[in-house]
Design a protein around this ligand. Structure first.
Ligand SMILES: [Fe+2]
Ligand SMILES: [Fe+2]
Length: 349
């Protein structure tokens, strides 16, 4: 495996070389001083301070050189949402936070090293759509954190590309590609969008409703930009206070998007209510069946399914059949005929 390290300080390079040991073939370059990125490297490891604007400019210039790398692992000093969003906007496929251990780095490289059919057009298509989607989500999250307006058109374009990809290649390719190449909130939003598209197509939704559905899916968790990563990505059980904090994200998302040009009332409703259940046990407004739109009912099923089948560093992805069984057992919370219709999407599509 050929790895290339890009860092802004020589000691960062030597630390990473030490962590990687002799198991990999490693080259390196110092950002803003050297530009020698080898062609066809399997992974690029970037250890750079992203609070320095000059570093970001230099990385943007360098990004084309490691475009072909299957892994672009960014190692950041602070577990902060803005830096992570910045890394994803720069093309990161994975973000790790210091202190990084050799074991975590090597296991990430080994466990998730895909046997890539490099000339497989379908996979390239899904990878391209997934990268564009992740970059768009990262921009969206960065904008929220900086208090800037969200680029609605960019997110829609990315969602349309995902829709096209899932319609062409099916859901399975999409799920495999996204779980291999992305993680965290961006992985989740990409999985929800692809699943919602496959579900909408299976239900025979009109073009207008499909557009509403995939846009709502892209935006649905934008409120998570306000939740610290330490809480959002915490492995294991959450404390009641942490759970309460996470449950603020639908109302936060609604507040972020309200009044934004290009965001319709249907999308706003979906962002605020995607955690509501028909029996009134959901949040934030404990809505009951009559107040929950069809769009939300469809999105909620896609959202729960995607959350169950996500790949997380600390737990394996749940098989699709097992995730579907969980949906079937959520009696009274989801619309039964829709859950039934979802079977084909969950298991076969
Ligand atoms: Fe959510
Ligand atoms: Fe979600």
């Amino acid at each position: 495996m050929l790895l290339h390290i890009v860092a802004d300080q020589p000691d960062r390079i030597s630390t990473l070389r030490m962590l990687l040991g002799s198991q990999c073939c490693v080259s390196s370059s110092l950002l803003r001083k050297e530009n020698n990125v080898p062609k066809n490297c399997d992974a690029a490891i970037v250890s750079v301070c992203l609070r320095d604007a000059d570093n970001i400019t230099a990385l943007k210039e360098l990004a084309t050189k490691f475009k072909g790398a299957k892994r672009k692992i960014f190692i950041l000093d602070q577990k902060a949402r803005l830096s992570a969003a910045q890394a994803y906007a720069l093309g990161a496929t994975h973000v790790l936070f210091n202190p990084v251990t050799g074991r975590s780095l090597l296991s990430l490289l080994a466990e998730r090293n895909p046997v890539e059919p490099a000339d497989d057009a379908a996979c390239q298509g899904a990878r391209g759509a997934a990268s564009a989607g992740a970059a768009s989500l990262a921009l969206m999250f960065s904008a929220v954190l900086k208090g800037q307006p969200v680029d609605v058109a960019d997110a829609r374009t990315a969602a349309f590309r995902i829709s096209d990809c899932v319609a062409e290649e099916g859901l399975s390719d999409w799920l495999v590609t996204v779980r291999r190449h992305h993680e965290g909130t961006y992985q989740h939003c990409l999985l929800v969008t692809g699943t919602a598209v496959a579900f909408g197509l299976h239900l025979g939704l009109t073009e207008v409703d499909m557009e509403r559905l995939y846009s709502a899916a892209m935006f649905h968790d934008i409120g998570k930009a306000k939740i610290p990563l330490a809480v959002l990505d915490k492995p294991g059980r959450l404390e009641p206070g942490e759970r309460a904090l996470i449950e603020t994200h639908p109302a936060a998302g609604h507040a972020i998007l309200k009044g934004t040009r290009g965001i319709s009332a249907e999308i706003l409703h979906a962002v605020r209510h995607h955690h509501e259940y028909l029996d009134g046990s959901g949040y934030p407004d404990a809505l009951c069946a009559d107040s929950i739109s069809d769009l939300v009912r469809i999105l909620t099923i896609a959202d729960i399914f995607a959350a169950l089948i996500e790949f997380r560093q600390y737990r394996p992805a749940m098989p699709r059949a097992q995730a579907y069984d969980i949906l079937c057992n959520m009696h009274g919370k989801l619309e039964a005929p829709l859950v039934k219709a979802f079977k084909e999407v969950a298991l076969n599509r």
